[in-house]
Design a protein around this ligand. Structure first.
Ligand SMILES: Cc1cc2nc3c(=O)[nH]c(=O)nc-3n(C[C@H](O)[C@H](O)[C@H](O)COP(=O)(O)O)c2cc1C
Length: 358
């Protein structure tokens, strides 16, 4: 099985090509510090060739969700260190997804006095769950000044350094799902008139500068990028998403990054995997809706070099073994996806019976 063959992505050595995709599970403490349940949850999944840990905020303004972890404070770094130590002790590799929520967020979630910022002062349609007051509309964001954009780029470099201090093997920039890099990238949420707005090449500048700064901080071979051309989640819209993404992919390729993690486009007229191959090249992780057989096919046909799985990882901590041995996959309980505590998180059992050696 090609899925079980080792792979090198930049500086990252993967024992197999099964990647655990990032999943926000809202299990951190209220101050964004990972606790015991997160240590167990990630360690249980350490047989993945690579774990991409959940979207994590680089600075307090970047927090989008309740109980979402951060990588900004010493306590958060120390909390994550326990996670990475446990994953490494179990033989795994783990990178951290750096996620700045931008306009996706609410003051009811963030610490007192922390603002919601975005490329432009355009509120996203929709609501977000808050522990304090249930569903709330997204904040009206304040547009970042040009100097502040530079500051946020620097925060990304610092987050990469902090992730390394916390023991992560690398970082992945979250460039999908309508969070800050995608807000800059997409014409619907970016109406800036400075160097970060206007034509697609300018709108891609923020993501590119974040990647370049992260690469300078910790080495390009430890930095990945996640993209999803055509994504309209969180009120995202773009005049030509395929072309915009192709431009960013070409630029990102010049940095010598560890990988591009690409989700299939939710629209039929964009072939996101082909776009990634054409404009980024090698070291592509493909995602969305794969099972063992279709993952094997994607590798055989050269669509990607590795495949990531999200939902199958919720109820199958030993997914690698189950795929290798053709064991049945467990389902998961939607009700406990985002609730605090261990239930429906770190209490899904591995398959009975010892895994064979090797
Ligand atoms: C509970 C949950 C949380 C998610 N959180 C994130 C996240 O933090 N960052 C991200 O890039 N994608 C996130 N996603 C998207 C997944 O990484 C993945 O792209 C998607 O589930 C499709 O892959 P799958 O078919 O293997 O589940 C999340 C998905 C789920 C189900």
């Amino acid at each position: 099985m090609k899925l079980m063959q080792p792979l090198r992505l930049g500086e990252l050595e993967l024992a197999n090509r099964v990647v655990m995709a990032p999943m926000t599970r809202n299990r951190a403490m209220p101050d964004g510090v990972p606790g015991d349940a997160m240590v167990d949850y990630y360690a249980q999944r350490a047989t993945a060739g690579l774990i991409v840990a959940e979207g994590t905020w680089p600075s307090a303004t970047g927090q989008a969700y309740c109980r979402q972890p951060g990588i900004a404070t010493q306590a958060q770094i120390a909390g994550w260190r326990r996670v990475t130590d446990a994953v490494h002790a179990a033989g795994g590799r783990i990178v951290l997804q750096v996620m700045h929520g931008g306009r996706i967020g609410s003051r009811m979630i963030k610490a007192a006095g922390v603002e919601t910022v975005a490329p432009s002062a355009i509120r996203a349609a929709g609501e977000v769950f808050t522990d304090a007051a249930g569903l709330q509309p997204y904040d009206e964001p304040r547009a970042l000044t040009t100097d502040e954009v530079h500051d946020v780029v620097r925060e990304h470099a610092q987050a990469a350094l902090n992730a390394r201090s916390a023991g992560f093997d690398g970082v992945e920039l979250h460039g999908t799902t309508g969070y800050l890099p995608m807000q800059f990238l997409s014409s619907g949420s970016n109406q800036r008139s400075d160097a970060y707005g206007g034509p697609a090449s300018h709108r891609a500048r923020f993501a590119f500068e974040c990647l370049a700064a992260m690469a300078k901080a910790i080495g390009a071979g430890r930095v990945g990028l996640r993209l999803n051309p055509g994504n309209t989640y969180n009120d995202t819209s773009d005049e030509d998403s395929a072309a915009t993404h192709a431009g960013l992919m070409r630029q990102a390729a010049t940095l010598g990054l560890a990988y591009l993690h690409v989700m299939r486009a939710p629209v039929p007229d964009i072939d996101a995997f082909a776009l990634a191959r054409q404009h980024f090249g090698a070291r592509v992780i493909v995602n969305d809706g794969f099972d063992g057989a279709s993952a094997e096919q994607a590798l055989a046909s050269g669509q990607g070099d590795a495949v990531s799985f999200a939902r199958h990882y919720i109820g199958n901590p030993d997914l690698v073994r189950r795929l290798r041995e053709g064991l049945p996959l467990a389902r998961f309980d939607r009700k406990t996806l985002y609730t605090p505590g261990e239930a429906g998180y770190s209490d899904y059992p591995a398959c009975a019976g010892a895994a064979p050696r090797g």
